[in-house]
Design a protein around this ligand. Sequence first.
Ligand code: ADP
Ligand code: ZN
Length: 718
Amino acid sequence: MKIMFLTVVTASRSGAIGSGLTYEAGTQKIQPGSAVRVPLRKSFVEGIVIEVMDKKLQTEFDLRSIKEVLGDVPLLTEAQIKTVRWMSEYYCCSLRQALQVWLPPPPWSRLLPKETVMFRKAANDRPARGKKAEAVLEFLEGREWTSREEIIHETGASPAVLKRLLELGCLVRETQRASMLTSRPVSVAAKNEAVLTSSQKEVYESVKTDPRPSLLFGITSSGKTEIYAALIADAIRAGKQAILLVPEILLTENVIDRFTQMLAHEQISVLHSRLKPGQRKEEWKRIHRGDVSLVIGSRSALFAPLKNLGIVILDEEHEWTYKNEQTPRYHARETAEALCRHAGAKLLLGSATPSLESWSRAQRGSSTRAPYHLARLPDRYGSNALATVTVVDLAGAEFGKNYPFTSQLLTAIEERLKRKEQTVLFLNRRGAASALLCLECRRRVISTESQLPFTVHHDSSGKPFLIDHTTNIRADVPAKCPHCASVNLIEVGAGTQRIEAIMTKLFPKARLLRADTDTLETPEQMRSLLQKMKNGEADILLGTQSVVKGLDLPNVTLAAVMIADIGLSLPHFRAGERIMQLLTQLTGRSGRAKPGEVIIQTFRPDSAEVIAASKHETERYLEDELRMRLHAGYPPAASMIRLLVRGPDAGARAKKLQTDAMTANMKSGGNVKISMGPTLFGAGREWQVLLRGEKPRELLAHLHLKDVPVDVDQLETV
Ligand code: ADP
Ligand code: ZN
């Protein structure tokens, strides 16, 4: 028999051992993911087995032995533990940091199923005195192990009677944990009610048979959710389980309705960041027990302890909320891919505007990874035509006191009110960054260094100046446009706060609703708001894009974005992609049941995003944008890593880090582009160093990164 060794991540918070300790396990067979108790310094602590090895490292001697294995079933499966290790490596964090998203906080032994105390009659015939004692022995005659609760319930005996019988040797006692591996029979077989159309069926078949991750590129209302439902039903009927991720928990309300038509309520678990710790733990245990067939939730629902995963689906896979902005800074898409690979499960990504990352993978793969399977759903379900899109040029508009409402938009809203139809207005909350825009040539003033727009700031006297946030170059506001010499420069930025006030003033009788993360706290509030819209108890819905875009409201015939360019002001190479996603969501929003209209108000009616969105030419946009990224060396054509430096001396430390990175880069061939600057919203106390190239990761080993969060594949760079 071979002696086995374990890597164990302990519950102790000591930073130095975040990557686990090695213990000896004797000849016991222990599975990765098991909870164990191990000696640490002078006491015993809980830990999770991350790796089981039959050799120890040369450098390790005098290893201590584990004390015990807790429970007879691991808390996480081998596939889940492999994904923990992958996360730690890929996202440059400790094993403990990676593990922490998979488990409720310690003590972990409390996650194990409750121990049940069981009794049986001893194999002798010792008599017992007392009525209750006799009743117990009589009850147990001819029975196998019976729980203490059942004996007490059936005979009325007290625990003291059982204790006495045990001491007399009349009974034998044992504790058992309800085994977690014997997963319960699924009480209700999933039943999918919808009959797929022939094109949906084709997509469904190809996704089902292709073993690669699939990207489903389907326009809004094409029936992506129906395809998810069919695939989830199949997985559950095959005895497996499914995870459906949505970008924003307020949007789960739509999908939950769809899936309760298919599954019993108890078979669904809804997980999101607003659950209280106690609720989260109870859900965790319920899923771990095997009671749940479908988990629906935001990005962290990926870590649900399902044991027999059949499929993971990311709806709206392009959404930025799939990226965690705290350590571990994982992206749910990449992590789901790793999990599915290890678990032998299918991965399906769905979107009407795929991320450039997924699109390029589906087109050509990447240097290190195989291509995705691509499936398309180009038509809306039913006979619905696409909405007509009107682009309104803000640069030429007369607003009076109503900026940013143009007369076209006001007329359109008025018509809807007369016809008793509904309107959705998109607000853009990211208004804090302003760019300098030329009203003549419609170009933004950009930094020649980064090729990204300068951001306008104001000094204490209110005088404006420009900052390039990726290089820290400052510049004065030019008197004339650098491109065309026009003096007609304006600051495009915020201004959406007044929208509600203007609406109330102009349309005092209209019933307004607001939907954003400030006014809505829970999914239930979202549900009641949606109900009001559906019941026709409101005329106009004002909402931020993240909340409003997933809605399916039949009586909405006008959807409008107030200033499409606000996102374009962000000094960010993904700004265009993001605008495109927003505008496409918007054009899919209106007219689900009746002919719809979309109004895009913009300072740049000729920008690629506005043109592509208004003509519904998503694919051409993706190809053009991908070509530009290749040309400029930005993701997905390159990898990018962001190092975050925080604190009062952040600027100086970032500079030092940049110098070290440059030195390391020179030695290794100089293929990585390195830049640095204060972050846009960090108020001067947060700086970033950006590493961009084919293998920027290789520089990390040469840098002092203590207390410097490493952000791999970051989405925010501002
Ligand atoms: P998407 O997720 O692509 O935006 P949905 O799945 O929400 O689209 O479908 C849009 C609408 O069309 C929904 O109301 C849905 O119930 C309906 N629908 C789509 N496909 C079918 C189908 N095969 N049978 C019945 N209704 C369908
Ligand atoms: Zn100009």
